[in-house]
Structure formats: structure tokens, C-alpha cells
Design a protein around this ligand. Structure first.
Ligand code: NAP
Length: 258
């Protein structure tokens, strides 16, 4: 029996892109999955049904708006009714559309409201979600927490100051969490990606040009795919990564060095 068999993952934003690849990857390893959606309720229910059918695991979905981080507490209470313990937590969901107006913009057009929204969705949601997960992991002898970040805090990316600065803050909060939760056998790390071809990336106004430029500056010669991130998260949840704690693991095909 594999190490993920019968364990439970909680993940925010499992309906699309990277989050969806992560829940699929862990479910394939026999891990139960509790994931959140924001607006895609039908899609989320279909994903859960298909994962159960395909992998013989338990999968459930829950509504969450990361712009209201405190509501994570209610979501975890709902998860308590469905799963007996939590072993892994991945903070993945990201906002887009109207809520990032004034946050996803060139520096001179940044506005406090948009920036606050991105900070709430990225940093505050991680803090509340990871606190709730850690309380439960402590009871089951430990666990692994992973925050999803982006190399936009290492490489200049158009309109990305709001997201990049929030991801930079997230990576520091992760270090503090890792330090303070280690005595509970809970590890906390970051999986950071270069540009990945998801709905979020496709929303960049100059998507085609950005995609071509990304491929051109990526030594491995292609765009990142959601599965590239899922592999890193699986590793960070596994016993093979036990000695990695408070770190950022980058998966970018080498693009942040060019
Ligand atoms: N794409 C990239 O280039 C890239 C690169 C590196 C890191 N990342 C990071 O990877 C993570 C996932 O990004 P992605 O590209 O996979 O995004 P995506 O395809 O746009 O998926 C976003 C997910 O977040 C959920 N979501 C949206 N608004 C929400 C809200 N207000 N409250 C709660 N959940 C909400 C969506 O649920 P619904 O379907 O219900 O709306 C969906 O499941 C993010 O942290 C992002 O910063 C992305």
C-alpha cells in the first residue's frame, strides 16, 4: 500500500489549472481529496464524482471565497463532517477578473483596493487555511502544507507587481509557519512555478505574445503545464521530502535564470 493511500488532502481551487492537476495526481496515489471551488459548482461536483469513480477514493467539494479568508473556518468544519483527519493542505486558489482591477496593472495604475484583494486572497487566505489545517494535522501526528507561488517575484512580469509582491510575502509567512509548526511534525513549503498554461495565464491581455516570449526564454523550450506543478506538490507531501522545510521549490524549466 502506497504512503498516500487513505490519507486526506485539502486544497483550495480544485476546479481548474494547477489545483485540478494536484487533486488528480494525489487521488491517483489513493489519497482522499477535499477541494474548494468558488463559482464552478457543477464542474466541481463532476470532478469529485469522476475522481471517486476512477480512483476508488473519497472526494468532496466545498464552496469558498478566498476574498473572505475567515470563512475558511466554516469550510474546515464541513470537511470535519466528511473526513476523519487531514494530512495535507495546499493553498492554491487565486482570484481574477473584477476583483483584481487596480491590482493587476502597471505600477503607476495600482490601486489600494485591488492590491488589498490580491493580498487577502494570497496571504490572508493562506494564513487562515493553514492555521485550520495545522490544528487538525496536530491531532493526527503531523502533515505537510504547501503554498503555491510564482516566479513573478523573481522575474519582471507585465502587470504583475500586485501578485508578485503578495507571493513574496507568502513565501516569508511560509518560513515562519514552518519554524513554528515543526515541533508538531508539520512541514510547510512553497511550490513556485514559472508561467503555466492555465485559464489564469490565458487571461493576460497579451496571452499569445507572452506565451511565445516565455517559450523563447525557457531553456527547456516549452510552456509549463499544470502537471509540472502537481509533481512538485506530490513530492513535497511525500516522505521523500521529509528534510525539506520552510523552502521554496521552483519548477520553471529554467526560465528564471535567463
Ligand atoms: N498560471 C500560471 O502561470 C501560474 C504560475 C505559477 C503559479 N501560479 C499559481 O498557481 C495557483 C493556481 O493558478 P491557476 O493558474 O491554476 O488558476 P486558475 O486556472 O485561474 O484556477 C483558479 C482556481 O481558483 C478558484 N478561485 C477563483 N476565484 C476564487 C475565489 N474568489 N475564492 C476561492 N477560489 C477562487 C477557481 O475556482 P472556480 O473555478 O470555482 O472559479 C479555480 O479553481 C495560483 O496560486 C497562481 O498564482 C500560476
Amino acid at each position: 500500500m502506497g504512503e498516500f493511500q487513505g490519507k486526506t488532502l485539502v486544497l483550495s481551487g480544485g476546479t481548474r489549472g494547477i489545483g485540478n492537476a494536484i487533486v488528480s495526481k494525489l487521488a491517483k496515489e489513493g489519497c482522499n481529496v477535499a477541494f474548494t471551488y468558488n463559482s464552478s459548482e457543477e464542474e466541481a461536483k463532476n470532478i469529485a464524482r469522476n475522481l471517486e469513480k476512477e480512483h476508488g477514493i473519497k472526494a468532496r467539494c466545498y464552496q469558498l471565497d478566498i476574498l473572505k479568508p475567515e470563512t475558511y473556518k466554516t469550510v474546515f468544519e464541513q470537511i470535519d463532517d466528511d473526513f476523519k483527519e487531514i494530512n495535507f493542505f495546499v493553498s492554491n486558489a487565486i482570484i481574477s477578473g473584477r476583483s483584481v482591477v487596480g491590482g493587476f496593472a502597471p505600477f503607476m495604475r495600482l490601486k489600494p483596493k485591488g492590491l488589498n484583494n490580491i493580498y487577502a486572497a494570497t496571504v490572508l487566505a493562506f494564513v487562515v487555511g493553514a492555521q485550520e489545517a495545522a490544528k487538525r494535522m496536530e491531532k493526527s501526528g503531523g502533515g505537510s502544507i504547501v503554498a503555491i507561488s510564482s516566479t513573478g517575484n523573481l522575474v519582471h512580469t507585465e502587470n504583475y507587481a500586485g501578485h508578485a509582491s503578495s507571493k513574496a510575502a507568502l513565501e516569508i509567512v511560509v518560513k515562519y509557519a514552518a519554524f513554528e509548526l515543526a515541533d508538531k511534525n508539520i512541514r510547510v513549503n512553497v511550490a513556485s512555478g514559472g508561467p503555466i498554461d492555465t485559464d489564469a495565464f490565458k487571461k493576460f491581455p497579451n496571452y499569445e505574445a507572452l506565451k511565445a516570449a516565455t517559450i523563447a526564454r525557457t531553456p527547456l523550450g516549452r510552456m509549463g503545464q499544470p502537471s509540472d506543478m502537481a509533481g512538485v506538490v506530490l513530492f513535497l507531501c511525500s516522505k521523500d521530502s521529509y528534510w525539506i522545510n520552510g523552502q521554496t521549490v521552483i519548477a520553471d524549466g529554467g526560465s528564471s535564470f535567463t
